[in-house]
Design a protein around this ligand. Structure first.
Ligand SMILES: Nc1ncnc2c1ncn2[C@@H]1O[C@H](COP(=O)(O)OP(=O)(O)OP(=O)(O)O)[C@@H](O)[C@H]1O
Ligand SMILES: Nc1ncnc2c1ncn2[C@@H]1O[C@H](COP(=O)(O)OP(=O)(O)OP(=O)(O)O)[C@@H](O)[C@H]1O
Ligand SMILES: [Mg+2]
Ligand SMILES: [Mg+2]
Lengths: 252, 252
């Protein structure tokens, strides 16, 4: 049975999509069978892999609608690495299921038919605490929180923890796997201050490896590649690779 | 009658809140009577001004509920500069008004009683194209789009333009005032590529002044200050001041 990671933060632009794409790619290179799920109508993860969300294809919305279809939505990206893409139509799901009894379990049901084919499933979600993030957390076994070393992102953690506790009412075994410091910039004092505060408060929940600010990360998305494929010697690529090893060390 | 600017982008972390706070502060210093509205449940604009959203007070939600209350929600920040704060309870508004006939006009109605006291109103909204962004656009006379010089943010423009066109059905005079390049970093090639593409496509809708990457911007929020107050000699502070002058030159 796959370990399912919900990558969540309601703060925008903290590196959720980048984490799913690049950490997932490194875990696949390390031999884990990985499925990435784009649960954001913005479809950045889909775009990041060079797939045009405008083209007609089955998407995660089709899987939510009919779990029997899930296998047909899967795109093979690389060895050991698959994707369930999204498109803008996914935005309609939030209201479509407003009165559905199983509203919060749509994704869990969609993933059940395929979960056994994978070791790791990673779910990208939009910057909000609504339907998509709740579905991700309800489907997940584990949570990964990218924590940008900025004040607003740090302050967002309290509210996120409240939502996580609420979701534990329907998913009691939901485990916080860890926090990953992102957009880390040793040149500025803010990085140090936020890192120190985060490690003091969350202790060993914060991974040792941080993701530094590195322009190769957004550049790689223009090519539809992971940053490791785009430039393996870059600080960003090395960081995700090291993080993957740390994740594996802790049981991923 | 105030000119009402909706500052919008569904891409997260592109500098919406920073733009409202800092550009608004500079416009107030230049003598414009400015009201800032925090229409994001995350309340980052409120926090950025050093106001604790947890404390009991009237917020923008009270103004949405009862426009007669709007004046009572206003906090005086500085000379010529006021704020309507938010708190986390605002998240409930999206569903509370799901069947309201005037669902999209709640903010417009809330601002009408106070609009004449101001020259400029600036509205911060969350990273989505839902209720809050639509309300901002429906209340606005003008739109400002912060455009982070990254691929995902650039790709988000198409969808944003579609929503703007839709809102023009209920707000026909809605004017796109301009796009502001943010997190501009002359050290990396991506900045140049995205800037060139944006200026080619949107021409003089893109302001000449850009907002550079500058750590003083997030640092200032820790102190509840605008970046101009925090460190007026910083590149960030100078950029917002120059941008304010450019806005005034174009009629703000
Ligand atoms: N460590 C990094 N260094 C430099 N740029 C980065 C880094 N991580 C991510 N980025 C870039 O910053 C932007 C924001 O990252 P990303 O889109 O992954 O965040 P997100 O949390 O998924 O955003 P959203 O909230 O909009 O979904 C993207 O353009 C991405 O390529
Ligand atoms: N030019 C800049 N240089 C460095 N940091 C910046 C700059 N502009 C904004 N920031 C910081 O980057 C983060 C994202 O900016 P901000 O919160 O203003 O974006 P946003 O679009 O409002 O995000 P959200 O989508 O979450 O509402 C914040 O921590 C902010 O302080
Ligand atoms: Mg994302
Ligand atoms: Mg914001």
């Amino acid at each position: 049975m796959a370990r399912i990671f919900g990558v969540v933060s309601q703060k925008g632009g903290v590196g959720k999509t980048s984490l799913v794409q690049n950490l997932g790619a490194e875990l696949a290179l390390a031999g884990r069978r990985v499925l990435q799920v784009d649960l954001d109508p913005q479809s950045n993860l889909t775009v990041g892999w060079g797939i045009d969300p405008v083209e007609e294809r089955l998407t995660v919305y089709d899987a939510l609608e009919n779990p029997q279809q899930t296998a047909n939505t899967i795109i093979g990206l690389r060895d050991n690495l698959d994707l369930i893409p999204a498109d803008l139509d996914l935005a309609a799901a939030e209201l479509a299921y407003i009165n559905a009894i199983d509203r919060n379990h749509k994704l869990k049901k969609a993933l059940t038919p395929v979960a056994d084919y994978y070791d790791i499933i990673m779910i990208d979600a939009p910057p909000s605490l609504g339907f998509f993030t709740v579905n991700s957390l309800a489907a997940a076994s584990d949570i990964l929180i990218p924590l940008q070393v900025h004040p607003y992102a740090y302050k967002a953690i309290n509210q996120l923890f409240i939502i996580i506790d609420q979701v534990r009412e329907i998913n009691p075994d939901l485990n916080l796997f860890g926090l990953i410091l992102t957009m880390w910039d040793q040149r500025n004092s803010l990085t140090g201050a936020i890192e120190q505060e985060a490690r003091r408060r969350f202790e060993d929940l914060v991974f040792s490896n941080v993701i530094p600010i590195n322009v190769r990360i957004p550049e790689a998305t223009l090519e539809g590649l992971s940053v490791g494929e785009y430039e393996s010697s870059s600080s960003g690529a090395k960081a995700y690779k090291a993080l993957a090893q740390e994740m594996i060390h802790y049981g991923a």
